[in-house]
Design a binder for this molecule. Structure first.
Ligand code: F6R
Length: 597
């Protein structure tokens, strides 16, 4: 959504803030700003566009305390006036904010009646004016009083001219405090801080912290002191940098063998040990998620049903609340790489309210979902910076295979021979992915025609129908070409009307029980003149007879085919977007973490 950072210590805050801000740019990039305390005054500089624009225009201001923001507009257009930080009328307080203040219209009217002048159309600006008006002997007390009046979601950081402290608060938007030596940091996401520290404190909902150069104190909004130990983050700076790749997305696609390896490490031998499963018996599973995580859930349905025989349904997080209540209590599996997606957090709360046990699959240690869910499977993909999810999707699938196996163990629903085979096959997955990556150039050469098209169809059956959906999502979000994923058998019920010689179709034709039917669907498509790229299994010489282009992936058990196939589709989308000159890591209008409903 938006990204916030803060620094307090003896170094020049401006330099550090700009550096941290660049690492948060994936959260928003329509405008940016920095506030530095210098000689008792707050200097605010902002600009429209990416952080590089702000950096090229900024006047150097010396000072050891400051806050900064990169914005993704929700209230008010992306203009300099609407960029953060916001400053109070008396110039004494500055605030940056991520989230949405739902009662801001009321508050704004009241503040205007009280004589405050607003310079922006945003909901966030009210925070600076509320803090100015609030009673309290210091900034901390004033922020707490101001928050009394505020409804909605926020991660905020505030400073005053005293430069003694940064005050931060969180409710439903992520915020992490980085611990240094005689200096401390604040950010929406730990990846912003990895150059400076990997020791962090996560703020929880409805908490507020006083961050000084040599101390951090956390309180809840009722004023109770909160004791919390720091956590060491295992990610390092290299994990969060491009390491020579032209885009984070490509780097993250190439990191997938390692990400899968890490996600399996030490887990295949210890599937029996989680007490969560022995203490809870489930008669069904419900999976919720948004976007790519929802697609992982759709693949998860096939995995869980095949392995555990438990009926599994999948729902988009924002729709879950509208589903009718049933008597039985499914295990609710919540998939969110960031752990902070507002729609998904709301679904998790709704599931708990309905009395369901919840299991989260997430990539971010300490994220909000880890506190909402009863138990968590971490995906260990490392930080994902590119807006398009790649390695987190693949590792979500790994988590779902592990979950399926775990449920199968407690229900004795597969033979020990099948179980052993699955475990052996899972260990071989990093190699299968690497084989696809080794042929990335061949995939690139298959994108020349597609890059010029206006619309691309992706078709598959059974477990690879959701793979087709995910391929379409990747293509549309980063290349701006209309991509449509379809169950292959469904094309003839309408969408065939859209096909022509100008509409490439990517058909997933792996050698499993769907193969013959897929060939039939490919024939339907080629009969309409549409060029087909068939993705098949190595050794398949027949596909060339049916499709104009063919790409073959290593043979894996049918249950695992989505993994090598999605790597092909990620690269396909990537190279199309590259040929079209699109800003791959930061596609227009979308942000990595969506903290509004
Ligand atoms: C697409 C993409 C989004 C996210 C969705 C959910 O590439 O990244 O569709 O999958 O916004 O995000 P998380 O998984 O963080 O809940």
């Amino acid at each position: 959504m938006c990204g916030i950072v803060g620094y307090i210590g003896s170094r020049e805050a401006q330099e550090i803030l700009l550096d941290c801000l660049k690492r948060l740019e994936y959260r928003g990039y329509d405008s940016a700003g920095v506030a530095i305390v210098s000689d008792g005054e707050i200097d605010v500089q902002k600009s429209v566009g990416e952080i590089s624009v702000l950096e090229s225009q900024i006047k150097k201001i010396s000072g050891g305390a400051g806050i900064a923001h990169t914005r993704w507009a929700t209230h008010g257009r992306p203009t300099t006036e609407n960029a953060h930080p916001f400053i109070s009328c008396d110039g004494k307080y500055a605030v940056v904010h991520n989230g949405i203040i739902t009662n801001y219209m009321d508050l704004r009217e009241r503040l205007i009646e009280g004589g405050h002048r607003f310079t922006s159309d945003t909901d966030s600006e009210i925070l600076a004016h509320l803090i100015e008006d609030a009673e309290g002997e210091d900034l901390f007390a004033k922020v707490v009083k101001a928050l009394d009046k505020v409804e909605g979601a926020y991660a905020l950081a505030a400073i005053d001219g005293g430069a003694e402290e940064i005050v931060v608060a969180r409710n439903e938007s992520p915020l992490v405090i980085g611990i240094g030596h005689d200096e401390n940091f604040v950010a929406s996401d730990v990846t912003a801080l990895l150059r400076y520290t990997n020791e962090v404190l996560y703020l929880h909902d409805r908490e507020v912290a006083r961050v000084q150069a040599d101390s951090v104190e956390i309180y809840d909004l009722e004023g109770n002191h909160v004791e919390r130990g720091t956590q060491k983050v295992s990610w390092n700076l290299e994990d969060a940098e491009r390491s020579g790749y032209p885009h984070f997305m490509l780097k993250e696609i190439f990191e997938q063998p390692q990400a899968v390896h890490e996600s399996l490490l030490g887990r295949l031998g210890s599937l029996e040990e989680d007490p969560f499963f022995s203490e809870n018996a489930f008669s069904s599973v419900k999976i919720v998620g948004c976007g790519t995580s929802y697609h992982a859930g759709l693949v998860g349905k096939y995995i869980i049903e095949e392995l555990s025989k438990l009926p599994t349904t999948v729902q988009i997080s924002s729709e879950y609340r509208y589903s009718s209540l049933s008597e039985e209590k499914p295990l609710v599996v919540i998939i969110t790489q960031s752990g902070e997606t507002a729609d998904t957090l709301a679904a998790a709360r709704e599931a708990s309210r309905r009395g369901c046990r919840t299991l989260a699959i997430t990539n971010v240690l300490g994220s909000a979902i880890t506190r909402e869910a009863d138990t968590v499977i971490y995906t260990r993909a490392g930080p994902e910076i590119g807006v398009a999810a790649t390695k987190t999707f693949v590792t979500q699938l790994i988590a779902l295979y592990l979950l399926g196996l775990r449920l199968a163990s407690s229900r004795r629903s597969i033979s020990s021979e099948r179980r052993r085979q699955i475990i052996t096959d899972m260990r071989a997955l990093p190699r299968a992915i690497q084989d696809v990556l080794n042929n990335a150039d061949a995939i690139e050469s298959l994108t020349t025609r597609s890059a010029k098209s206006q619309s691309i169809f992706f078709i598959g059956r059974h477990i690879n129908f959701p793979t087709a959906l995910e391929g379409a999502l990747k293509t549309k979000e980063i290349s701006y070409i209309h991509g449509e994923g379809y169950p292959a058998g469904e094309l003839k019920h309408g969408p065939l009307a859209l096909l022509s010689t100008e509409t490439p179709v990517v058909a997933i034709c792996v050698r499993d029980h769907t193969y013959e039917k897929m060939l039939g669907n490919v024939r339907e498509v080629t009969a309409r003149g549409a060029p087909v790229l068939a993705i098949g299994t190595e050794g398949d010489r027949d596909l060339e007879k049916y499709a104009e282009d063919v790409f073959l992936v290593p043979h894996v058990d049918p249950l695992f085919t989505p993994i090598p196939i999605i790597v092909v589709l990620q690269l396909y989308a990537y190279y199309i977007a590259k040929k079209r000159g699109c800003p791959i890591d930061k596609p227009r209008n979308i942000a990595k973490t969506v903290t509004v409903e």
